[in-house]
Design a protein around this ligand. Structure first.
Ligand code: 5GP
Ligand code: MN
Length: 314
């Protein structure tokens, strides 16, 4: 922490970046840290490869997040947030890797330990929690905008305080963020309260696609590009659907297979804790947490299902 604070204080031009296809923690952490460092009058770029999902555009200053960086050589420091490995940044990863000082801030058990400075806490419920600790250690005042970003990161990564990563610190930090003026109802309304009609129709298709293994312990949900096209939705609209597959009585592991175009599929895995899905995702080249993990792969849906059922031992 001290080394990172020294590095950030000495830096002039900082790139703050989080993983592509960002979730609430990736965006919340990026904005919270970026807005905090702005106080120190640094030359900052907030970068994410992907467009910000509509449900997170209410967050303050999302317009500061750019989807393109032209010249990486201008930065002396990069802060990489919520990424288990550099590749999670996306296509720019090899160029970001050239920045002289790389700070890796994350909470995934599968974090590769990349970069020159690591602040990894696998007990943290969200990367936003670690960002909160860093900002606090730097004595940077947390205003309502920063607090809203931290709160949203924690809210979404704990599945609204339902997942097993929810703990005392979760509530303690969220209580402080509420004291700092976060409108918890407004955040909930933006993140969970409003679905487009297309998204409801897509959910209908997703629920319809659920298959259960013979022993009832594994559920599989499959989403195709066709379903997105027919409902006029985007990949971001799938966020959270896997929880329906996981909720089913007796199910220990839920799988969501999502067609990514050009033959690639993204697979999400969730477990009730009895199976380590980070291990399974790692065996396919991905990563994550014990109870929530994922990977991307080039394979047919049928082969993938067979391979997954063989590797998930419940
Ligand atoms: P999701 O299933 O929501 O995409 O991701 C669940 C968890 O697995 C997240 O913590 C995410 O960071 C991780 N994850 C998802 N996809 C990948 C991947 O392709 N590589 C790695 N290393 N982690 C992933
Ligand atoms: Mn996270």
């Amino acid at each position: 922490m001290e080394k990172i604070i020294r590095q950030l204080t000495q830096s002039k031009r900082i790139l703050v970046v989080s993983h592509s296809s960002p979730d609430g923690d990736a965006i919340g952490s990026l904005l919270a840290l970026g807005l905090s460092l702005s106080v120190l009058n640094k030359d900052l770029t907030f970068y994410n490869e992907s467009q910000i999902p509509a449900v997170y555009r209410f967050l303050p200053h999302t317009d500061r997040i750019v989807q393109q960086i032209d010249n990486v050589s201008i930065y002396d420091t990069a802060v990489v947030l919520d990424c288990a490995d550099m590749e999670r940044i996306g296509n720019m990863a090899p160029r970001v890797a050239l920045i002289p000082a790389i700070i890796n801030i994350d909470h995934h058990v599968t974090n590769s330990g990349f970069g020159h400075f690591c602040l990894i806490d696998t007990e943290a419920c969200a990367t936003a929690e670690i960002v909160y600790r860093l900002i606090t250690a730097m004595n940077i005042p947390i205003d309502t905008a920063i607090a809203t970003c931290i709160y949203t990161g924690i809210l979404t990564d704990t599945g609204s305080f339902r997942f097993s990563n929810t703990n005392r610190a979760t509530f303690e930090i969220c209580r402080q963020m509420t004291d700092l003026g976060v409108s918890t109802y407004q955040v909930a309304q933006h993140v969970y309260g409003t679905y487009s009609m297309g998204r409801i129709r897509l959910l209908n298709r997703a629920l319809d696609s659920i298959e259960i293994s013979k022993d009832g312990k594994i559920s599989l949900m499959t989403l195709t590009n066709n379903m997105l096209e027919e409902t006029g939705t985007h990949p971001e609209d799938i966020d959270g659907f896997i929880n329906y597959a996981k909720r089913i009585e007796d199910v220990k592991v839920a799988v969501l297979i999502q067609e990514n175009g050009n033959g690639r599929q993204h697979v999400s895995l969730r477990s009730d804790g009895s199976v380590d899905v980070a291990d399974i995702a790692s065996s396919f080249g991905g990563g994550g947490h014990r109870t929530a993990a994922g990977f991307s792969i080039e394979a047919s849906t049928a082969t993938l299902k067979k391979e997954l059922l063989a590797r998930i031992q419940v």
